[in-house]
Design a protein around this ligand. Structure first.
Ligand code: ASP
Length: 308
């Protein structure tokens, strides 16, 4: 066991304009990030494991209606919430993911339960929900997931007939966490409502292991946010791990190459958080901003939204 542990979280990347942000709202977002950071960090401080830490941080963000995951998830093109989530254990390479679920309060908890008890990696839709029932997970009705802000965003997207990244302009989304625990183990988790006005049945990168979520003790843990289709096509999270494993790149070099070159080359707007086995943290994004926060191995914390 060591004394080295660290945590990073995100609440979505996108064109977060200062002009549409009030001071009060900014404080609320920062508080939301702070709460999630402390939910995960408390577990690491008490010598808990990285899987539990990332799950706790993500659950906290899912319960906060400001973020596009769990309560406050965006609407799809038929006015429903369809949520995706994943979690991965870097020590064992075990992973769990759920997609297209509408009734489970904490999708990341269902992803974790899937990893631990289902014998499978990914469960979809009603099958995932039936499994959640068998595991006594908490369910919520449509009213719980509804927020006026997301409804208005969907109405705007309908009028403009487009599928929107939740965090374009004043819209914010997807949440995730990566952690290194005192046992030297890495973990990653991601949870999302996806993109506003997405097609019924559309699955993004978040629950796809290797695309939006990946963890491997030999390299790094990664959680992505952004235009999911492009992240799937570039297998972003696994690509970062591969660049470290096969090419010997540092975490920073790998993240820079993928976020600022490879993604930009195909117009893949977004970002990611990543941590390596030494506890180095990267919070990289090619969008205007990314809700992000971290506590490094020296206990130094940051909470940021914009580029500076
Ligand atoms: N990556 C998510 C998706 O495409 C969206 C986001 O990060 O906001 O489903």
């Amino acid at each position: 066991m060591t004394n080295i542990f660290a945590l990073a979280i995100h609440g979505g990347a996108g064109t977060i304009l200062r002009s549409t942000m009030t001071k009060e709202l900014q404080t609320q977002y920062e508080q939301g990030l702070k709460d999630a950071l402390s939910a995960g960090y408390t577990i690491l401080e008490k010598k808990g494991n990285s899987v539990d830490a990332v799950a706790a941080a993500v659950m906290c963000l899912e319960d906060n209606p400001l973020f596009n995951a769990g309560k406050g998830a965006v609407f799809n093109n038929i006015g429903k919430h369809e949520m995706d989530a994943a979690i991965m254990n870097g020590k064992t390479l075990e992973a769990g993911a759920v997609c297209g679920i509408s009734t489970v309060k904490n999708p990341v908890l269902l992803a974790k339960t899937t990893m631990l008890y289902s014998g499978h990696v990914m469960l979809a839709g009603s099958g995932a929900e039936e499994f959640a029932l068998s595991q006594n997970l908490q369910f919520e009705n449509d009213a719980y997931f509804y927020t006026q802000q997301r409804y208005d965003q969907w109405q705007e997207a309908l009028v403009e007939n487009k599928v929107q990244l939740d965090h374009t302009e004043k819209k914010m989304g997807t949440v995730g966490a990566v952690a290194l625990d005192c046992f030297g183990n890495l973990a990653a988790a991601t949870s999302t409502g996806g993109m506003t006005n997405k097609k019924f049945g559309r699955i993004g990168d978040s629950p796809v292991i290797g695309a939006g979520t990946y963890a491997n003790n030999a390299t790094c843990a990664v959680s992505c946010t952004g235009h999911g289709e492009l992240f799937i096509r570039l297998v972003v999270a696994y690509d970062i791990s591969c660049l470290m494993e096969y090419k010997g790149l540092s975490l920073k070099e790998a993240c820079d190459l993928v976020v600022y070159n490879k993604l930009v080359a195909i117009n893949g707007e977004g970002g990611l958080i990543a941590i390596d086995k030494a506890g180095n943290i990267e919070l990289s994004f090619n969008s205007e901003g990314m809700y992000r926060a971290s506590i490094d191995i020296n206990g130094n914390s940051i909470i940021k939204i914009y580029k500076d």
